[in-house]
Every structure is written in C-alpha cells, then in structure tokens.
Design a protein around this ligand. Structure first.
Ligand code: C5P
Length: 231
C-alpha cells in the first residue's frame, strides 16, 4: 500500500508531459492539484490515466453537501485513485461526498479529508477562525469526524501522522506532504521530514513535489524517495 506520489505542480499540460516523459516506462503515482486542473480541465486527468499513471486529484472540495455530492458524482467519472474534501465542511458534507463519489457497483476512489492546512498556524486558527482548541486537538478531532463520515483517511503533515493513526486506527490512511531529503533546501515548507523518517512514523503515502520536480535528475530523485520510504 505504501507509495510515493509526485506533486505535479505545473501550470500546463506541456510542462507536465515534458516532466513525466523523463520517467520513460516508469509510471509514478501523481497528484494533480488546482493549478493544473484549472488550467487544463478534466482532459489532463484523462491524458495521464491513458499514459498509465495512478492519480490523486487534490481539489479539496468545501461547499454545501448537495453541491459537493453532485460535484463528486462528476469527478467520479474520471476514475481517479484518490481525491479529497475539507473536513471543515462537516460530517454531513463528507457523507455527501462519499455518496456522490460511489459508483453503482459500490466502488469509489480513496477519499481523504484535509484537516487544518499546514499553512494555518495555531495562533491564526485561534484568533481568526475562533477555534479555541489546540491545533493538534483540532486535527485529531477533524480526523475522527472524517472517520465517522466513512472517509478512508486524511492529508496531514508527517509530524501529525502518528497521532492521527493513534486516534483513528492504523488502517486509517495518512497522506503526508512536507517531505525533504536530509541534504535538501527546505524552501517554504516548515513542518518537514525525510522519506526515511516518514516510513518510521508509519505514514501510508508521501507527496513529494519540488525535491523531485526541480531535481537535476527527477527519476533518480524519485527512486531515492522510493528506496528510502518503501524499501
Ligand atoms: O514541493 P513540495 O514537496 O513542498 O510540494 C508539496 C505538495 O503538497 C504541494 O502540492 C502542496 O500544495 C501540497 N500540500 C502541502 N501541505 C498541505 C497540503 C498539500 O504541502 N497541508
């Protein structure tokens, strides 16, 4: 089940395909986020699927339950492997997301919840969002809500994966960005860890962007991630 997901944070199909062509016959699991999806639309998903990639469609839906349900029904036709919503949309919204995503035969992609974005600090969460709990308690509580709604797991920082697993059970999936090699520049990420440490923590998937996308040899960087994380 453990895998490395490459964040394809590009703004065009051309850039994305130029990057993925460097992997030749290898077909990494890739993440398509808002930037690429809004630039190219659903066709980019179809194209990467045709090329044999598994896809995490990272669109973080957050709206009224009826809208989320209907939107998820549309996304369901793209047959991605993983997608997500904001847990802040409530348990009712997350249940609606599952209903929309589930096909008549009962199958559906892995559905994850975003708890608190890693860009939200505890002080901003408390002063601007008026959430009085600690950020860790909030993350665990949102993860428990996602589990109650029937979701499969959460996106969280690697440093939060352990406490989520403890609260929600080991089978509850954690997908963790914020990965850097020990000898890498950290860029704008703050709560980071290495692929090897992520394996020790027990997270299920790591999402790796710039350490692979900006590497001199992306294929080598990807293989290094796989070796450190999966071995
Ligand atoms: O380049 P880098 O490895 O930092 O990319 C991490 C990816 O994970 C980006 O696509 C970023 O948007 C995403 N992400 C994140 N932190 C979150 C949720 C998603 O870094 N909490």
């Amino acid at each position: 089940m453990k895998d490395v997901i490459i964040a394809c944070d590009f703004s065009s199909k051309q850039q994305t395909l130029e990057f993925l062509n460097k992997f030749h016959d290898q077909k990494p699991f890739v993440k398509i986020g808002m930037e690429l999806f809004y630039a190219e639309g659903p066709e980019i998903v179809r194209e990467l699927k045709r090329r044999g990639h598994r896809i995490f469609l990272d669109l973080k839906l957050h709206d009224i339950p009826n809208t989320v349900k209907k939107s998820m029904a549309v996304l369901s036709n793209l047959n991605v492997n993983m997608t997500n919503v904001h847990a802040a949309g409530t348990i009712e919204m997350m249940k609606a997301a599952i209903e929309g995503l589930t096909k008549p035969d009962g199958s559906r992609p892995i559905l994850l919840a975003v708890t608190q974005l890693t860009s939200t600090s505890e002080s901003r969460m408390q002063s601007e969002l008026l959430i009085n709990a600690s950020i860790n308690d909030t993350i665990v509580h949102y993860a428990q809500n996602a589990r109650t709604a029937g979701l499969d797991g959460v996106v969280c920082s690697p440093l939060e994966a352990g406490m989520v697993k403890k609260a929600c059970g080991n089978k509850f999936i954690t997908v963790t960005p914020g990965i850097r090699f020990a000898d890498n520049d950290t860029a704008d990420q703050v709560r980071i860890t290495t692929p090897a440490k992520a394996r020790e923590i027990g997270t299920d998937f790591i999402v790796v962007g710039r350490p692979i996308t900006t590497a001199a040899n992306p294929q080598d960087a990807y293989l290094r991630c796989c070796t450190e994380f999966i071995k």
